[in-house]
Design a protein around this ligand. Sequence first.
Ligand SMILES: [Zn+2]
Ligand SMILES: [Zn+2]
Length: 470
Amino acid sequence: MAKLTFYGGVEEIGGNKILLEDNGTKIFLDFGMSFSKRGLYFEEFLTPRTANGLGDFLEMKLIPDVTNIYREDLLEHLGRKSEDPDVQGVVLSHAHADHANYISFLHQDIPIYCGETCKYILEAVDEQSQRSIENEVLSFKKRPLFRSNYRKPSIKRRFKTFRTGDKIHIDSLEIEPIHTDHSVPGAYGFIIHTSEGAVVYTGDLRMHGLHANMTEDFMNAAKESKPIAMITEGTRINIEKTDESEQKVYNDSKKEILNCKHLSIVDFNFKDVDRFTTFHRMSKDLGKKFVISFKHACFLEKYHKDKKIKAPDSRDENILILKPRRMTGTYINEDYTDRYIKERLDYPNIITAEEINKDPNEYMIVLNFWYFNTLIDLKPHGGTYIHSLSEPFNEEMEISYERMHNWLKHFNLRFVQSHCSGHICGPDLKELINDINPRELYPIHTEHPDLFRKLDMKTTMIKEGKKYKL
Ligand SMILES: [Zn+2]
Ligand SMILES: [Zn+2]
């Protein structure tokens, strides 16, 4: 008997944690962080305390209180007995935090299955992120962390990577990963062959991106499997078809930057390789140097290593890395303690804000709102800021958005919104679902599951933590 239990992603965007059980085999499809649940109680300076291990996360229901999945050190820290894991694997659809990050809590003996590119991205994130319990995706040190433990080797999680065409066997289950197009490379949908029949899981996907053919491959294979159930994302089920595309981002942004005689700033998520390629290509076409940060360099070097992604090296002649001011503020090597910066200080293509100031029109700089204090060094007087991210969709984001506009106003920077979503729109999703034609639909990763009712299909309105027999 195959069963599904949803521990996240229910009436919310992200936080997917789907338990699939079949004949004694248990796997999780994704084990992500729920930004909306976390945002209910926590913010920038009020965060779950690492010193309380699992405690804060369980109390505030950021993770489900289920047995035999969590790290033994975290359970013992909590005063509980350690438990042998009884889940045989976690299958990750892609490297976004709302799908991958909370594997950091899981027992190290539970193997993690993910795409090769997904692993590269998780490594890039790991290289630059602050040590906290929510970031211990690849490895961890036993908690509570005493000073004497710092030197002890980390416990590494077991990763098994796959590519499209592979068949993963986890006990009695056979799982086919098939590439999809999303705003991060290395995204997959899955066909899971259970004793009752095929179960399809979309992960996050879209039809309007540069690699729609990959989503089509997934759609065709899913359709052929004659699924008994389909777990589908529904982020934008309420959005009509638009003319958004990567090419439109290129055209609209290029026009703005051409008209700009001062500094051009672009802001996008560096996990989105398509968007990086769009802006990097634009900088070359416009004869400008592309300025990134050391954090971006970590990503770029992983992309460059991945043969499937045709990305330049971080030391490419068209790319410059902006050196941030730290400690003394004078750019001396001793100022930098972060490993990801220290290891790259001898790169030949490092630049400072003062050097950019000499001729700002020569550059296109990638700068996220969280690093806007760099503007004080860049001193732009006029210029363009391309916001190539989604518009705010909650109160917290609205507040940051307002603050961002204050900065732009202060430095007389022109705001331009130019984005192409990573998620499938309503009409495309309906077509995808009708084409795959599952016996039953389980909508997740959406705030509007009710809209799926309008489809002519048996649809389950999921309740979190409830077990569904297939
Ligand atoms: Zn997601
Ligand atoms: Zn995603």
